[in-house]
Ligand binder design. Structure first.
Ligand SMILES: *Cc1c(COP(=O)(O)O)cnc(C)c1O
Length: 391
């Protein structure tokens, strides 16, 4: 069957042809460039966690369909993690749901909670799956733009309030924030919470970088704020926290009614996923604090290597308080079009980065910003810094 009359991809998804990562990763391969585009570590996570997965496979745990909500060991470990770190008590049986990564948790939450036409207020620039998932759910995205202010990208609370209308069903939040590296402060989160309560909104909060906060920054789950526990769907993932992004083990914690709703959508997406890896992640979540501290400190060192390299190469650097990423402004290099800059960068310097503009509805607002990932080995980052000095 052919169709010359119209393209195959439907109208809901027409704007999401292929992701920028496919284009940039292909460029990296074609030019032999260092790929600081996509955010995946170039070394695997802890050996004991990898061994736990091997053991599960060998022992025949998770090789057949695991239970729909996730294996009990992992649900218990997720609940214990939320309690130990944040004082948030969730019942592993009714308030925890294991998903195929955070990506499925986001999609299932939106598919479950939105009516067609409902508005979703999301921070811009946004993680690329948000826009597509809102579209698949028939929702309307309403971006609130984070703007550079005093060396960080800041949420304007007045803009956030103004974005909420009678059609707003939920806020889609992300802290620590990809791609800007912003970690929302206690005061900002308190204001978001007060707004959600006042306007009776649900909140889906993507906290996959909860363990990657640097310096004085602190990750505060939105669900810990007054009035939020019953209206917040919190999303976590093993991919970023344990450096196993290919395992696709994520989770949702929320009140029973919300978890039941999200599970209803999730069961018809993947039903279940990552059986043996669920057991391994259950063990990973019980690693001592020293693991999490070492992981964070190692990533902070890499952030600093790349930040210094980028500054030396002439970029304006927004030193991130969290995540895997540094957002830069290319205007000090005499450039203003991030997309053109990123397309040329592999030829010019042998490095691949991602233009933040693709994470904006307001492309103009995002145009001069370019994102570099620092979740790579130190020698790779040093080599990238060396190459960028050619600019
Ligand atoms: C990587 C990432 C995800 C996806 O996580 P998976 O567990 O790999 O699906 C979701 N949100 C943000 C902000 C991310 O950076």
């Amino acid at each position: 069957m052919t169709s010359t009359a119209r393209p195959f991809l439907n109208r809901r998804l027409a704007e999401f042809g292929t992701t920028i990562f496919a284009e940039m990763s292909a460029l990296a391969v074609a030019t032999g460039s260092i790929n600081l585009g996509q955010g995946f570590p170039d070394t695997d996570g802890p050996e004991e966690v990898r061994e736990a997965a091997v053991r599960a496979l060998r022992d025949g745990r998770g090789n057949q369909y695991p239970p729909g909500p996730g294996v009990p060991e992992l649900r218990t470990a997720v609940a214990a993690h939320q309690l130990r770190r944040y004082g948030l008590a969730y019942d592993p049986d009714t308030e925890v749901l294991v998903t195929a990564g955070a990506t499925e948790a986001i999609a299932a939450s939106l598919l479950a909670l939105l009516e067609p036409g409902d508005e979703v207020v999301a921070l811009e620039p946004y993680y690329d799956s948000y826009a597509a998932s809102i579209a698949m759910a028939g929702g309307r995205r309403v971006p609130v733009t984070l703007r550079p202010d005093g060396g960080r990208f800041r949420l304007d609370l007045d803009e956030l309030r103004a974005a909420v209308t009678d059609r707003t069903r939920l806020l889609l939040l992300n802290t620590p924030h990809n791609p800007t590296g912003t970690v929302l402060t206690r005061a900002e989160l308190a204001a978001v919470a007060a707004l959600a309560v006042e306007r009776d909104l649900l909140v889906v909060t993507d906290e996959v970088y909860e363990h990657l906060v640097f310096d004085e920054a602190e990750h505060l789950p939105l669900a810990t704020f007054p009035g939020m526990r019953e209206r917040t769907v919190t999303i976590g993932s093993a991919g970023k926290t344990f450096s196993f992004t290919g395992w696709k083990v994520g989770w949702v914690t929320a009140a029973p009614g919300l978890v039941t709703a999200v599970r209803s959508a999730k069961q018809f997406l993947t039903y279940v996923a990552s059986g043996p890896f669920q057991y391994a992640v259950a063990e990973a979540l019980t690693l001592p604090d020293s693991y999490f501290e070492g992981f964070r400190e190692g990533m902070r060192v890499r952030r600093d290597i790349l930040a210094e390299g980028l500054t030396g190469a002439g970029f304006e650097v927004f030193r991130p308080a969290g995540t895997y990423f540094i957002t830069t402004d290319i205007r000090p290099l005499g450039e203003k079009d991030g997309l053109a800059f990123c397309r040329a960068l592999p030829e010019r310097a042998g490095v691949v980065a991602v233009p933040n503009a693709v994470f904006y509805d307001d492309r103009e607002a995002g145009s001069p910003f370019v994102r570099f990932a620092f979740c790579k080995r130190e020698e790779v980052l040093r080599e990238a810094a060396e190459r960028l000095r050619r600019l």
